[in-house]
Write a protein that binds this ligand. Structure first.
Ligand code: SF4
Ligand code: SF4
Length: 384
């Protein structure tokens, strides 16, 4: 059995090695499909025999290039993702045969129109509500339309059996992650938020490889054994923080550091790339397109109106993970998360168990690192 540090080290090494895996897959004849959002049903892409890769970018570097076509006053995630595509500097985008987008926020859906000039881009028309049979029917039809596009583009046939197999497999992956997240429930948690984030990032580059899931399981077992033997990786008395808001990644680790270097410990990431997309499995008893429509339409993103499921989920997570506070990461110019911040604060601080809340507006530059540290330090003191 590997020890914990060796497993973390393996995971750290796997992240920069991700593009090599995709190159090998492409060289061996596999088709690669790029995705920008948690709404993309990976199961359909896998049932088409292709590899779905996540393209959401969190680097500052390609933003200037992105701004040549896009307005400056736009969310950095969109500018960064587009800038990478435009300059052909994202190795994942480079190998994509097809890219999938969804009509989520305005900036993203308009960017996809430009992206289509660089790589064939299929845009799924996402309803803006998860309530009602009409929205569900539209979304199921959109998933079926995606399947037809994949079949035409990749020259394959997607069968119901193939979809059922991939739903089962993806659910198992979600279960592995859900079980792993349980490690943050004890006080103190069995690992830090930075370590938890590393596992989330490792999961993203697992590309459906069962061995990667075994590594996560092995790490979970080892952390539990060490905990039972008395090891505490996180000192007692840290303020327990749930992180929510816009998708996170490398450039936003500055927020995690500001929390964890000032007396806090992140016990859950509610946002995409964390708990939100893995919280509910797809219902394996339903016909496959129905199961996928219910599962993916139910993701509580701020582009939904109203988005009460996010408020419910946050309240539940704050209880389950015994949160002392919630930090809401809002990317500059992200209107949906920014406006929703009022309702999040109202729900968290107005309930029976009031949970302190702080919104943090930032971008991918590192120029506000000190300011973030000061703000998080003050927040931790306030909730101590
Ligand atoms: S926050 Fe919304 S738009 Fe962004 S990746 Fe998640 S589901 Fe998609
Ligand atoms: S962070 Fe906000 S503005 Fe940026 S892509 Fe996501 S929903 Fe859109």
């Amino acid at each position: 059995m590997h020890d914990v540090e060796a497993l973390f080290e393996d995971m750290r090494g796997a992240i920069p090695a991700g593009p090599v895996k995709i190159k090998e897959a492409a060289d061996s004849g596999k088709k690669v499909v790029g995705c920008y959002c948690a709404y993309t049903p990976f199961e359909v892409i896998r049932a088409a025999g292709a590899v779905p890769v996540s393209l959401c970018s969190t680097s500052d570097k390609p933003i200037a290039a992105g701004e040549e076509h896009l307005p400056r006053n736009l969310c950095p995630l969109i500018k960064s993702s587009y800038g990478f595509a435009l300059t052909d500097t994202c190795p994942y985008f480079h190998f994509c045969d097809l890219v999938i987008g969804e009509t989520t926020c305005d900036g993203k859906k308009k960017m996809y129109e430009l992206l289509d000039r660089l790589r064939p881009t299929h845009v799924m028309q996402l309803p803006q509500t998860y309530f009602g049979a009409d929205a569900l029917n539209v979304w199921r039809a959109e998933i079926e339309r995606l399947a037809r596009r994949l079949e035409a583009e990749l020259g394959v046939t997607i069968t119901e059996d193939g979809l059922r197999r991939e739903i089962k497999k993806r659910n198992e992956e979600r279960r592995v992650m859900q079980d792993f997240y349980e490690l943050s429930k004890p006080d103190p948690p069995l690992l830090s938020g930075r370590e938890l984030h590393l596992v989330n990032e490792f999961f993203k580059v697992s590309f459906g490889d069962a061995r990667a899931m075994d590594t996560i399981r092995e790490l979970e077992t080892k952390l539990r054994e060490n905990w039972e033997a008395g090891e505490r990786r996180v000192p007692a008395g840290r303020r327990r923080i749930v992180v929510t808001g816009c998708p996170t990644g490398k450039s936003l680790e500055k927020v995690f550091d500001a929390i964890e270097e000032n007396g806090g410990v992140i016990v859950a990431f509610e946002n995409c790339g964390g708990l939100k997309p893995n919280y509910e499995p797809a219902d394996e008893t339903l016909p496959p397109y129905e199961a996928l429509a219910v599962k993916y339409l139910g993701i509580p993103c701020s582009c939904m109106s109203p988005n009460t499921k996010r408020l419910d989920l946050l309240e539940t997570l704050a209880g389950e993970y015994k949160a002392d506070g919630v930090v809401d990461i809002i990317l500059q110019a992200c209107h949906t998360y920014s406006v929703e911040s009022f309702l999040v604060r109202e729900r968290l601080t107005g309930g029976k168990r009031s949970v302190p809340y702080i919104p943090v507006e930032t971008d991918y530059s590192q120029s506000d690192t000190e300011q973030l540290s000061t703000r998080m330090g003050a927040f931790m003191e306030m909730i101590a």
